[in-house]
Design a protein around this ligand. Structure first.
Ligand SMILES: *[C@@H]1O[C@H](CO)[C@@H](O)[C@H](O)[C@H]1NC(C)=O
Length: 232
């Protein structure tokens, strides 16, 4: 009988090491295959899409112009009619967000493992690093203008009201909102790995614990409730 793992007399024999290494390699290979499979079929899990969200943003701006309160209400009302059952959070729980050196406020409309939809912006302007993400990010400008810069270019990318800034998965830019700017931000891909970026500035700079807690609570609650609905 081999000794129990937990006993103080435990001996790591070459055989038990080889067995553990084999089990680890097999589990790792299976997880890799599962990840590759899910990653290439992520579209199975999406309920939202950038084309419809852009169309919705344009109609909301067309109906309410710079009355951004009404623009946001128009968007969330239509989405909640289209996706009844709690996928859309109508409670505007505004929370500060510090990430990549930029600061703004956000209202989480939807958060699940593969998608999130938020209103993000600031009434005073901000600037920072976009973060390098495991999801595609579509920034639908509802009010104001966003600027973006990629090293190698000498001119800014300019995203005015009604336009969409698509930040491709895995790419980064510097971005800036010179003054008041709000956007409907839609991310699709793997959302949980993005959360590290969303929390890093809070944990290492602002130390704003109530904000960090509220962000964790609202994000976690939405992800868990969506999982419970079968929405990955
Ligand atoms: C919103 O305000 C800006 C700046 O005053 C203006 O350029 C823009 O046309 C306005 N948009 C709408 C839809 O009224």
């Amino acid at each position: 009988m081999p000794p129990k793992e937990s006993s103080s007399a435990s001996v790591v024999t070459p055989q038990s090491f080889a067995r553990k290494a084999t089990i680890f390699a097999v589990v790792f290979a299976l997880l890799t295959v599962l990840y590759r499979f899910l990653d290439s079929h992520l579209d199975w899990f999406y309920i939202l899409n950038p084309t419809d969200l852009h169309d919705l943003s344009l109609r909301a701006i067309g109906a309410h112009g710079n009355d951004t309160t009404a623009v946001v209400a128009y968007i969330t009302k239509e989405l909640s009619d289209k996706f009844p059952g709690g996928y859309i959070n109508l409670d505007q729980e505004w929370i500060f967000n510090n990430a990549g050196g930029a600061m703004g406020g956000m209202y989480i409309i939807h958060a699940s493992i593969t998608e999130y939809l938020i209103i993000f912006g600031t009434a005073v302007g901000t600037e920072g690093h976009t973060g390098r993400h495991t999801a595609d990010d579509y920034f639908h400008i509802l009010k104001g203008t966003q600027l973006a810069y990629t090293p190698g270019s000498y001119e800014p990318e300019v995203y005015p009201q009604g336009s969409v800034h698509h930040l491709h998965r895995g790419t980064v830019k510097q971005y800036k909102m010179d003054s008041a700017c709000f956007a409907l931000e839609y991310a699709r891909g793997w959302i949980p790995p993005m959360l590290g970026f969303g929390f890093a500035d809070g944990l290492t700079s602002t130390l704003d614990i109530p904000t960090l807690w509220r962000t964790t609570w609202v994000t976690g609650r939405e992800m868990v409730l969506n999982l419970a609905r079968g929405k990955l």
